[in-house]
Design a protein around this ligand. Sequence first.
Ligand code: B4P
Length: 197
Amino acid sequence: YQLKTQHMTNIILFGPPGAGKGTQAEVLKESYNLVHISTGDVFRYNIKNETDLGMLAKSYMDKGQLVPDEVTIKMLKAEFEKHEGANGFIFDGFPRTEAQAEALDKLLRQKNTQVDGMVALEVDDEVLVKRLLERGKTSGRADDSDESIIRNRIKVYYQETAILKNYYQKQNKYFGVDGVGSISEITDRLSKVIDKL
Ligand code: B4P
């Protein structure tokens, strides 16, 4: 008889700050039984618990800058290792630079698996600013509270992160999805793409 080889599904949920990555990942991880790793959430958890990593991350996040690659990659690997035997992963907020994308490829290759697709939420800048300012009213997040910090995050996205579209497009793994609409409409659009991966 045939041995069934285990196949993991690894999805990168991509998009600018405020595009809905965290929101959608929470829903998708349930429907596809995947582990959700949000680098932003892990940093915030560390900030709350006042760890060394948290203190370091905070000094960048509060200004709307990226946490250095070396620190972020190390942290991502540690999170990944916690889920041996997982069905697959949704990476939310990672990778954000080319160095991070290369590190992720290497990590997955070591586990005989790979990125199946980058699914990107496309949302206009003005909508992003509005959403983040709205969240800032209740989230207590320093990086959501001030319009100039929000605009800096969007600027950093275009300078350092948006280029990853090419990285995955070259491998035929980039899928853009309209990120404006109700949360469930957007979940449906994302699911149509993920179902094919
Ligand atoms: P993240 O935590 O990743 O924060 P984010 O980009 O703002 O996205 P998030 O997932 O939280 O928001 P969402 O779009 O779901 O990063 C924060 C910081 O951490 C970075 O600036 C950086 O400093 C650091 N960091 C994280 N990862 C890093 C990495 N890999 N390398 C270096 N640094 C890193 O939602 C936004 C708002 O929109 C919510 O209020 C939501 O309710 C609302 N919303 C969602 N969908 C909506 C819809 N369809 N309609 C209306 N509103 C919607």
